[in-house]
Every structure is written in C-alpha cells, then in structure tokens.
Design a protein around this ligand. Structure first.
Ligand SMILES: [Zn+2]
Length: 243
C-alpha cells in the first residue's frame, strides 16, 4: 500500500476516534444533569412524604381539640341530668346528651381514620427514604464513571490531536486538503474501504477498471458517487456449507 493511502487511512481513524471522544465528552454534562434531576426527584418524594405526615398530625390535633370541646359539653350535660326537676327537662337533656355522644363518635372515628392514614404515610416515607439512599449510591457511582470517562476522553482527544498534527505534517498539502474537503461534505467520513466491487459507504457498484486501480492500493481513487477516498480490503473468505 502506498504511504499516502496509509496516511489517509490513519488520518481517518484519528478523526473518527476524535469525533467519538468529542461526542462523549460533550454528552457528559447532560448525563450528569439527568442524574442530578433524578436525585432531586427522589429528595422531593421524601419531602412530600414528610409534609403529608405533618399535615396528618395537624389535622388530627384539630379534631382532638374539637373532640375535647364536645366531651366537655357531654360531661356538663351528664352533671346537669342529675339536677333536672321535670320530666320535660330530663328528656331535653337526654336529647342533648345523645347529640353530644353522636358528635364524639364522629370525631373519634375521624381520629381513627387519621391514625390509619398516618401508618400508611409512615410506610410511604420509609419507602421514599430507602429509594433515596439507593438512588444516592447509584448516582454517585454513575457520576464517577461519567467523570472518569470524560477525563479519559479529554486525554485521548489531546493525544489524537498531537498525532494528527504530526501525521498531517508528513502528508502533501493537496492530499490533506482533499481529505478535509471530502470529510466536511461527508459528515467526517472521507476514507472508506471498497468491498465486493462496491463503495462500502454509499454501496455504489464501482466500474471494473476503477476497482482494479483500487485493488492495487497504490493511488488515491475516489468513489464516483460519494467522492470518498477508497482503499481495498480483501473480502473475508465466505464459509461454505457444502464440502
Ligand atoms: Zn461511495
């Protein structure tokens, strides 16, 4: 293979790796932000569960206050019942006591419902707290993987840039320019293999004469269709099922 083609192939490898490193590096902040928002959501869930418990307690305390008022009334009526003089007064007091009893019953029921709710809310808080602990551990680990990967990509990008600089310096200017022109127009992919008499990227069938040139790997040949620089790679021997 001509050194020119070898240089072009290596240049392409460097550019592809550098582009990949750059992409992974640029994705890191977004991936970390996504982890942070997952963590924030888990924290909010715990805060919400705590708030629900506090609300439940406040509501129960209010009911307990109302209950105490009715209970006071209830015992006052019971005392008064002992002192009534007439049958009519007795019945009136009985009615008042029955009303108070019913109210006490209602408040007690609401307190009971509140207590059952409190049990549920406590269980929810426990689950939310466990989830938060697990998420914190997972996110800490994922974050350090992303940060380590980003640091590696930075180092790799720097070393690829150095290698590219050295390589380009050894290549004829017009060849570098051709590479850059094709690369720009083809999303960074300027040098590709030809296989089975086709351009491996745009799959156009190459004329036999063109393919014969490519086979020799001793000159720069561009694909008629996509303009990419082609080099020859022998097709892998196909496995035959028959003997
Ligand atoms: Zn092509």
């Amino acid at each position: 293979m001509s050194p020119e083609l070898e240089h072009l192939i290596r240049l392409q490898e460097i550019e592809t790796k550098a582009a990949d490193a750059g992409r992974r590096l640029s994705e890191a902040p977004e991936r970390i932000a996504a982890l942070d928002s997952t963590l924030a959501a888990a924290r909010e869930e715990v805060d919400r569960a705590k708030q629900a418990i506090a609300d439940n307690q406040t509501a129960r305390r209010l009911i307990e206050k109302d209950l105490a008022v009715v209970q006071q009334r209830q015992s006052k009526y019971k005392d008064q019942l002992m002192e009534v003089k007439t049958n009519r007064e007795y019945h009136a007091m009985q009615t008042e006591i029955a009303t108070a009893n019913a109210e006490v019953g209602k408040f007690e029921e609401r307190i009971l419902i509140g207590m059952v709710e409190a049990d549920d809310l406590t269980a929810k808080l426990k689950t939310a707290e466990q989830t938060l602990v697990a998420e914190e551990a997972r996110i800490r680990a994922e974050r350090s993987v992303i940060e380590r990967d980003a640091a590696e990509m930075k180092t790799l990008a720097a070393s690829l840039a150095r290698e590219r600089e050295g390589l380009v310096a050894r290549m004829p200017r017009n060849v570098v320019e051709l590479f850059e022109r094709v690369s720009k127009g083809r999303h960074g992919l300027a040098v590709v293999p030809a296989r089975d008499e086709r351009c491996s990227e745009c799959h156009v069938r190459l004329r036999p004469q063109v393919f014969n040139h490519i086979r020799k790997n001793d000159q720069i040949v561009q694909c008629d269709s996509c303009q990419r620089i082609l080099y020859f790679v022998a097709a892998k021997p196909t496995e035959t099922t028959s003997a």
